[in-house]
Design a protein. Structure first.
Lengths: 573, 36
């Protein structure tokens, strides 16, 4: 980072925040503050939805994931357009007709206040913790690689979000997200073209893509089904449809994005735009990761991308073992590079036999390279260094810092900051809305004037903001907290979606049946999760959403019939 | 509410969105096979 980078980073963030606050002057009512005067057009809603879902980890981890495992992760999004169509056709019209502020408000009209409080409470618990991870996860990577203080990074990231969300409410969140998405997409496109220009002169773009394919990085679609493999087309289409129905249909941080649309039509188009935009966007980010993999076949990569961990191990008793592995890695790289150049040459001849032979040799060396990396990782763990984050999370940011020109480094850091802030802002905004509308206005202070609720929502925005900062700063005190938060989120998602689907599609099921069904389902889902944890079962967590959802619907209908039968018996006797 | 321009109904528009998605998946499959 030099002065130019700092200027670009600071200037970009200041412009985005200034624009957001300037565009949202004149907030007078609670509706202005929480629903943004309901004036947004479809493209702002669409970009806002994309920006809310795409956090900094999307841009840090996804290229690293393709670098390590290939592009199969793209299938995870195959259920997205299906979920968006269901939401546009079924969910949004009802939310609009009832003029709700939160998704949980709708549940009270169907099932009574207990179900509303239960779902809103679960949202506050899981999203409040998840928001802390949204800030912490990129902060730990940036602080480690840039040498910044972790708490200062968290404070700047979170503090800026609190500042503009508190002043401008929902509309400031949407307006800044539009600018943030433009910065993010511009930064990623520039990084991609610079990467291509850095490939060796004698390697064309087509050669690079073919090399990525021959080394197994371009398997986007996989038809082989297994319950414990989360990246195949069946899990992608069926499992992720349920996940995205839950996330976009019942999570207030997303629902609030499209409730602030100018009309039902604008909201629907915004959601459908997200459905069609997200799959190609993930494909491009993964493809960037696959190209970084090819780049590092010609340019020697570090044996471990997390440089801070490497510096630490060199000061321990394991330094000699580490340097032996480093030498093995260097030798392996040189052999692999020669084999790769040979593969590129024989690919031009079109001789299948020779191509297969060269590919087999290369893949053997490639798996040796993997073994060396595994040994390095085990050595670092053995030496007691806590790396906090997967090494593949450091692949993209290491590439940016080492190979991009000054100025663009600042821009790419602005991309990471923007992505983290856009997600956190939606989460903070939604937490404050659900607290104000579902708890404060519904349960504590029912008949106050609008100015009172406007002040209260600002107060809750500030309060949740401070809580998120405190959570984020204390994450590093607990081991495996990130995984725990993600699990907590996914354990409740299916059940909550089930409650909503019963509300929309099964009009005869009442509040008591659905409430009891939700409790029973949650016990079953947690049992399945525990059995998976102790390897009694083997099931990808994506399926838990679908199982939870189907169980709530089935049990609620069964209970409703039982309640009706017993009522009929009582009446007849 | 009025469907988007050139579409007669929302249902037709949803069918269009899902068709585009299927085409994208087929392109991804072709991409996988092309470079395996």
């Amino acid at each position: 980072m030099n002065t130019l980078d700092w200027l670009v980073l600071g200037g970009t963030l200041a412009y985005i925040i200034g624009y957001g606050i300037w565009k949202t002057r004149g907030i007078r009512t609670t509706e202005d503050y929480l629903l943004g005067k309901r004036e947004l057009k479809w493209y702002t809603i669409g970009l806002s939805i994309v920006a809310t879902q795409a956090s900094a980890i999307t841009f840090l981890s996804t290229p690293g994931q393709a670098f390590e495992e290939g592009m199969g992760f793209a299938q995870f999004y195959f259920g997205m357009p299906i979920a968006m169509v269901i939401l546009a056709a079924v969910f949004i019209p009802v939310f609009y007709r009832l003029k709700v502020y939160t998704a949980y408000e709708f549940l009270e009209t169907r099932f009574g206040v207990a179900t509303r409080m239960l779902t809103a409470g679960l949202f506050l618990l899981s999203r409040g913790l998840a928001a802390a991870i949204t800030v912490y996860a990129p902060a730990i990577i940036l602080s480690s690689i840039m040498g910044w203080s972790l708490n200062v990074t968290i404070l700047i990231m979170g503090g800026l979000v609190i500042f503009y969300t508190l002043i401008g409410g929902t509309n400031a969140v949407s307006q800044t997200q539009k600018q943030q998405m433009i910065i993010i997409l511009t930064g990623m496109v520039i990084a991609f073209f610079i990467l291509l220009s850095l490939l060796p002169q004698n390697i064309s773009f087509n050669d690079a893509v073919r090399v990525a394919g021959k080394t197994g990085k371009l398997e986007v679609v996989n038809f082989e089904f297994s319950w414990d493999n989360k990246y195949n087309i069946w899990t992608g289409i069926f499992g992720s449809t349920f996940l995205f129905l839950s996330y976009f249909g019942t999570d207030q941080s997303q629902v609030q994005r499209y409730l602030s649309g100018k009309s039902l039509k604008e909201s629907r188009l915004g959601l459908l735009f997200n459905g069609l935009f997200k799959v190609p966007m993930q494909f491009c980010i993964l493809f960037l990761g696959a190209m970084i993999f090819v780049f590092y076949q010609f340019e020697k990569p570090p044996v471990f991308f997390n440089q801070a961990a490497v510096n630490q191990i060199q000061n321990t008793e394991y330094a000699t073992q580490f340097s032996e592995l480093q030498t093995a890695h260097d030798t392996n790289f040189n052999i692999k590079k020669l084999q790769l150049l040979n593969l590129v040459d024989v690919m031009k001849t079109g001789d299948d036999f020779q191509i297969n032979q060269a590919q087999t040799l290369l893949l053997n060396t490639q798996s040796e390279s993997q073994n060396i990396k595994t040994e390095v990782r085990q050595l670092i763990e053995k030496s007691g260094i806590n790396v906090k984050s997967k090494d593949s999370d450091y692949v993209f940011i290491s590439f940016v810092l080492k190979y991009l020109p000054h100025g663009l480094i600042g821009l790419l850091l602005a991309v990471i900051f923007s992505a983290a802030m856009s997600t956190t802002a939606s989460e903070l905004n939604a937490l404050a809305t659900a607290t104000t509308i579902d708890f404060y206005k519904r349960g504590i202070a029912q008949d106050r004037d609008d100015a009172h609720y406007l002040r209260t929502s600002k107060l809750f925005t500030f309060g949740w903001g401070i809580l998120i900062l405190i959570f984020a700063a204390s994450v590093s005190l607990f081991d495996n907290l990130i995984e725990a938060v993600n699990i907590v989120g996914s354990l409740f998602y299916g059940t909550i979606l089930g409650i909503f689907l019963v509300a929309f599609f099964f009009k005869r099921v009442g509040g008591n049946a659905v409430f009891v069904a939700a409790i029973i389902t949650e016990i079953i889902v947690i049992t399945i999760y525990v059995m998976d944890r102790y390897e009694v079962l083997n099931i990808a967590y994506l399926w838990l959403n679908m199982i939870g959802c189907v169980l709530v619907i089935g049990i609620a209908m069964l209970l409703e019939n039982m309640f009706r039968d017993s009522n009929a018996v009582i009446r007849n006797s | 509410e009025q469907p988007p321009p050139i579409f007669r109904s929302w249902r037709q528009f949803y069918a269009f969105v899902l068709t585009v998605h299927v085409v994208v998946i087929i392109l991804f499959y072709w991409f996988t096979k092309m470079y395996e």
